[in-house]
Design a protein around this ligand. Structure first.
Ligand code: NAD
Length: 236
Protein backbone atom coordinates (compact mmCIF):
# COMPACT_ATOMS: atom_id res chain seq x y z
CA UNK A 1 0.00 0.00 0.00
CA UNK A 2 1.45 3.40 -0.87
CA UNK A 3 0.53 6.45 1.16
CA UNK A 4 0.68 9.91 -0.41
CA UNK A 5 3.69 11.73 0.97
CA UNK A 6 3.10 15.10 2.60
CA UNK A 7 4.18 18.06 0.54
CA UNK A 8 6.48 20.56 2.23
CA UNK A 9 7.02 23.89 0.49
CA UNK A 10 9.96 26.00 1.63
CA UNK A 11 10.41 29.68 0.78
CA UNK A 12 13.98 30.84 1.35
CA UNK A 13 15.66 34.24 1.28
CA UNK A 14 19.08 35.76 1.75
CA UNK A 15 19.16 34.78 5.47
CA UNK A 16 19.64 31.07 4.71
CA UNK A 17 22.85 31.83 2.81
CA UNK A 18 24.17 34.44 5.26
CA UNK A 19 26.13 31.85 7.24
CA UNK A 20 27.67 30.64 3.99
CA UNK A 21 29.24 34.09 3.72
CA UNK A 22 26.77 35.65 1.28
CA UNK A 23 25.50 38.94 2.66
CA UNK A 24 21.83 39.75 3.11
CA UNK A 25 20.32 43.15 2.43
CA UNK A 26 20.49 44.04 6.07
CA UNK A 27 24.06 43.07 6.87
CA UNK A 28 26.46 45.86 7.56
CA UNK A 29 29.60 46.05 5.46
CA UNK A 30 28.31 43.72 2.73
CA UNK A 31 28.14 44.36 -0.99
CA UNK A 32 24.70 45.87 -0.67
CA UNK A 33 26.14 48.49 1.69
CA UNK A 34 28.76 49.54 -0.82
CA UNK A 35 26.20 50.20 -3.52
CA UNK A 36 22.77 51.72 -3.66
CA UNK A 37 20.41 49.07 -5.02
CA UNK A 38 19.11 51.66 -7.47
CA UNK A 39 22.61 51.96 -8.99
CA UNK A 40 23.16 48.25 -9.58
CA UNK A 41 19.95 46.23 -9.52
CA UNK A 42 17.37 48.04 -11.65
CA UNK A 43 16.72 48.36 -15.42
CA UNK A 44 17.49 52.09 -15.06
CA UNK A 45 20.91 51.27 -13.58
CA UNK A 46 21.64 49.03 -16.58
CA UNK A 47 20.80 51.85 -19.00
CA UNK A 48 22.83 54.40 -17.03
CA UNK A 49 25.96 52.39 -16.22
CA UNK A 50 25.94 48.78 -17.47
CA UNK A 51 29.64 48.28 -16.63
CA UNK A 52 28.97 49.07 -12.96
CA UNK A 53 26.04 46.61 -12.95
CA UNK A 54 28.17 43.88 -14.57
CA UNK A 55 31.00 44.54 -12.13
CA UNK A 56 28.61 44.28 -9.16
CA UNK A 57 27.24 40.91 -10.29
CA UNK A 58 30.71 39.66 -11.31
CA UNK A 59 31.81 40.20 -7.70
CA UNK A 60 28.72 38.50 -6.33
CA UNK A 61 29.23 35.54 -8.69
CA UNK A 62 32.80 35.18 -7.48
CA UNK A 63 31.54 35.05 -3.88
CA UNK A 64 28.89 32.45 -4.74
CA UNK A 65 31.33 30.02 -6.37
CA UNK A 66 33.68 30.15 -3.38
CA UNK A 67 30.86 29.71 -0.82
CA UNK A 68 29.55 26.39 0.48
CA UNK A 69 26.09 25.20 1.55
CA UNK A 70 25.60 25.37 5.32
CA UNK A 71 23.74 23.03 7.67
CA UNK A 72 20.39 24.67 6.85
CA UNK A 73 20.68 23.94 3.12
CA UNK A 74 21.89 20.41 3.91
CA UNK A 75 19.02 19.73 6.33
CA UNK A 76 16.44 20.70 3.69
CA UNK A 77 18.02 18.23 1.27
CA UNK A 78 17.75 15.53 3.98
CA UNK A 79 14.03 16.21 4.29
CA UNK A 80 13.49 14.81 0.78
CA UNK A 81 13.91 11.22 1.96
CA UNK A 82 10.70 11.57 3.97
CA UNK A 83 8.53 14.21 2.25
CA UNK A 84 7.87 15.73 -1.15
CA UNK A 85 9.86 18.94 -0.82
CA UNK A 86 9.66 21.92 -3.13
CA UNK A 87 11.93 24.86 -2.56
CA UNK A 88 11.09 28.32 -3.79
CA UNK A 89 14.08 30.57 -3.33
CA UNK A 90 14.53 34.28 -3.75
CA UNK A 91 18.26 33.65 -3.75
CA UNK A 92 20.30 33.77 -6.91
CA UNK A 93 23.02 31.50 -5.51
CA UNK A 94 23.16 27.73 -6.15
CA UNK A 95 23.58 26.56 -2.56
CA UNK A 96 20.32 24.54 -2.46
CA UNK A 97 21.44 22.69 -5.60
CA UNK A 98 24.88 21.97 -4.18
CA UNK A 99 23.34 20.79 -0.89
CA UNK A 100 21.42 18.17 -2.86
CA UNK A 101 17.86 19.50 -3.05
CA UNK A 102 16.24 18.45 -6.29
CA UNK A 103 13.14 20.59 -6.77
CA UNK A 104 14.10 24.27 -6.71
CA UNK A 105 12.36 27.23 -8.26
CA UNK A 106 14.47 30.39 -8.48
CA UNK A 107 12.05 33.30 -8.30
CA UNK A 108 14.69 35.96 -8.86
CA UNK A 109 16.98 34.16 -11.30
CA UNK A 110 20.36 32.47 -11.03
CA UNK A 111 23.66 34.32 -10.98
CA UNK A 112 25.59 31.46 -12.57
CA UNK A 113 23.53 31.88 -15.74
CA UNK A 114 23.54 34.67 -18.33
CA UNK A 115 21.09 35.70 -21.00
CA UNK A 116 20.89 38.13 -23.90
CA UNK A 117 19.32 41.52 -23.23
CA UNK A 118 16.86 40.72 -26.04
CA UNK A 119 15.83 37.21 -25.03
CA UNK A 120 14.97 36.14 -21.50
CA UNK A 121 14.29 32.54 -22.55
CA UNK A 122 17.69 31.27 -23.73
CA UNK A 123 19.97 30.81 -20.75
CA UNK A 124 23.71 30.18 -20.80
CA UNK A 125 25.44 28.51 -17.88
CA UNK A 126 28.56 30.59 -17.23
CA UNK A 127 29.54 29.23 -13.81
CA UNK A 128 32.00 31.59 -12.14
CA UNK A 129 32.99 33.43 -15.35
CA UNK A 130 32.74 37.21 -15.53
CA UNK A 131 30.40 38.91 -17.99
CA UNK A 132 32.19 41.80 -19.66
CA UNK A 133 30.73 44.72 -21.59
CA UNK A 134 30.94 43.55 -25.22
CA UNK A 135 30.35 39.85 -24.42
CA UNK A 136 27.60 38.82 -26.83
CA UNK A 137 25.00 36.06 -26.77
CA UNK A 138 24.61 33.89 -29.92
CA UNK A 139 21.81 36.26 -31.04
CA UNK A 140 24.37 39.10 -31.26
CA UNK A 141 23.10 41.06 -28.25
CA UNK A 142 24.94 41.94 -25.04
CA UNK A 143 24.85 39.32 -22.27
CA UNK A 144 23.41 40.26 -18.89
CA UNK A 145 23.12 38.30 -15.64
CA UNK A 146 20.06 36.05 -15.40
CA UNK A 147 18.63 37.89 -12.40
CA UNK A 148 15.37 39.72 -11.83
CA UNK A 149 16.08 43.36 -11.11
CA UNK A 150 13.88 45.55 -8.93
CA UNK A 151 11.07 46.87 -11.10
CA UNK A 152 11.15 43.90 -13.48
CA UNK A 153 8.35 41.33 -13.66
CA UNK A 154 8.79 38.04 -11.80
CA UNK A 155 7.81 35.49 -14.47
CA UNK A 156 7.88 32.48 -12.13
CA UNK A 157 5.47 34.02 -9.62
CA UNK A 158 2.38 32.17 -10.91
CA UNK A 159 4.20 28.85 -10.84
CA UNK A 160 5.33 29.62 -7.27
CA UNK A 161 1.77 30.44 -6.21
CA UNK A 162 0.52 27.13 -7.63
CA UNK A 163 3.20 25.27 -5.67
CA UNK A 164 2.36 27.08 -2.41
CA UNK A 165 -1.38 26.38 -2.80
CA UNK A 166 -0.65 22.64 -2.77
CA UNK A 167 1.48 22.76 0.42
CA UNK A 168 0.64 20.60 3.43
CA UNK A 169 3.36 22.34 5.46
CA UNK A 170 4.89 25.74 4.64
CA UNK A 171 8.31 26.84 5.90
CA UNK A 172 9.77 30.32 5.42
CA UNK A 173 13.50 30.79 6.09
CA UNK A 174 15.65 33.91 6.23
CA UNK A 175 13.56 36.42 4.37
CA UNK A 176 12.39 39.79 5.66
CA UNK A 177 9.30 39.41 3.45
CA UNK A 178 9.83 42.98 2.31
CA UNK A 179 10.41 42.21 -1.36
CA UNK A 180 7.21 41.88 -3.42
CA UNK A 181 5.59 39.99 -5.03
CA UNK A 182 7.50 37.11 -3.30
CA UNK A 183 6.37 38.32 0.13
CA UNK A 184 2.75 37.64 -0.84
CA UNK A 185 3.40 33.90 -1.04
CA UNK A 186 2.85 33.51 2.71
CA UNK A 187 -0.78 34.52 2.15
CA UNK A 188 -1.38 32.10 -0.72
CA UNK A 189 -1.11 28.85 1.24
CA UNK A 190 -4.12 27.12 2.66
CA UNK A 191 -5.00 28.81 6.02
CA UNK A 192 -5.26 25.58 8.03
CA UNK A 193 -1.82 24.13 7.33
CA UNK A 194 1.20 24.23 9.67
CA UNK A 195 3.50 27.17 8.97
CA UNK A 196 6.96 27.91 10.32
CA UNK A 197 9.16 30.97 10.00
CA UNK A 198 12.87 30.66 10.81
CA UNK A 199 14.57 34.02 11.19
CA UNK A 200 17.07 35.80 13.41
CA UNK A 201 14.45 38.44 14.04
CA UNK A 202 10.76 38.46 14.84
CA UNK A 203 8.98 39.43 11.62
CA UNK A 204 6.48 42.00 12.78
CA UNK A 205 5.03 42.46 9.29
CA UNK A 206 3.57 38.93 9.27
CA UNK A 207 0.19 38.44 10.87
CA UNK A 208 -1.04 34.92 10.36
CA UNK A 209 -2.69 32.08 12.22
CA UNK A 210 -1.06 28.66 12.76
CA UNK A 211 2.33 30.25 12.37
CA UNK A 212 5.31 29.29 14.51
CA UNK A 213 8.25 31.66 14.71
CA UNK A 214 11.52 29.80 15.25
CA UNK A 215 13.82 32.62 16.20
CA UNK A 216 17.54 32.11 15.66
CA UNK A 217 20.22 31.17 13.17
CA UNK A 218 19.09 29.18 10.16
CA UNK A 219 22.09 26.86 10.62
CA UNK A 220 20.67 25.79 14.01
CA UNK A 221 16.90 26.20 13.77
CA UNK A 222 16.47 24.54 10.35
CA UNK A 223 18.21 21.22 11.24
CA UNK A 224 16.18 21.16 14.49
CA UNK A 225 12.93 21.70 12.60
CA UNK A 226 13.84 19.09 9.99
CA UNK A 227 14.58 16.52 12.74
CA UNK A 228 11.27 17.35 14.42
CA UNK A 229 9.32 16.88 11.18
CA UNK A 230 11.08 13.60 10.37
CA UNK A 231 10.60 12.23 13.90
CA UNK A 232 6.95 13.36 13.93
CA UNK A 233 6.37 11.48 10.70
CA UNK A 234 7.98 8.30 12.04
CA UNK A 235 5.63 8.37 15.04
CA UNK A 236 2.49 8.71 12.87
P1 NAD B 1 16.59 40.43 3.36
O1 NAD B 1 18.03 40.85 3.48
O2 NAD B 1 15.57 41.47 3.13
O3 NAD B 1 16.19 39.62 4.67
C1 NAD B 1 17.03 38.63 5.20
C2 NAD B 1 16.34 38.02 6.40
O4 NAD B 1 17.17 36.98 6.87
C3 NAD B 1 16.14 39.02 7.55
O5 NAD B 1 14.81 38.91 8.05
C4 NAD B 1 17.19 38.59 8.59
O6 NAD B 1 16.72 38.78 9.92
C5 NAD B 1 17.31 37.10 8.28
N1 NAD B 1 18.60 36.51 8.59
C6 NAD B 1 19.84 37.03 8.41
N2 NAD B 1 20.79 36.16 8.77
C7 NAD B 1 20.14 35.04 9.21
C8 NAD B 1 20.56 33.78 9.71
N3 NAD B 1 21.84 33.48 9.84
N4 NAD B 1 19.61 32.88 10.06
C9 NAD B 1 18.28 33.17 9.95
N5 NAD B 1 17.82 34.34 9.47
C10 NAD B 1 18.74 35.27 9.10
O7 NAD B 1 16.57 39.30 2.22
P2 NAD B 1 15.36 38.72 1.34
O8 NAD B 1 14.08 38.80 2.10
O9 NAD B 1 15.82 37.43 0.77
O10 NAD B 1 15.22 39.74 0.16
C11 NAD B 1 16.35 40.20 -0.44
C12 NAD B 1 16.42 40.05 -1.95
O11 NAD B 1 17.83 40.10 -2.28
C13 NAD B 1 15.94 38.75 -2.48
O12 NAD B 1 15.36 39.00 -3.70
C14 NAD B 1 17.20 37.93 -2.70
O13 NAD B 1 17.12 37.28 -3.95
C15 NAD B 1 18.28 38.93 -2.87
N6 NAD B 1 19.52 38.48 -2.22
C16 NAD B 1 20.00 37.23 -2.53
C17 NAD B 1 21.15 36.75 -1.94
C18 NAD B 1 21.66 35.36 -2.33
O14 NAD B 1 21.35 34.88 -3.42
N7 NAD B 1 22.39 34.67 -1.46
C19 NAD B 1 21.84 37.56 -1.03
C20 NAD B 1 21.34 38.85 -0.75
C21 NAD B 1 20.16 39.29 -1.35
Amino acid sequence: MSLKRKRIVVLTGAGISAESGLGTFRDKGGLWDEHDINDVATPEAWIKNPKLVLDFYNKRREMVVTSKPNSAHLALARLEKHFDVQIITQNIDDLHERAGSSDILHLHGEILKARSIQNAESLYHIGGKKIKWGDLAPDGHQLRPHVVWFGEPVPKMYEAEDIVREADIFIVIGTSLNVYPAANLIYVCSPGIEKFIVDLNELTNVKYKNLQHLKGKASERVPELVDKLINGKKQN
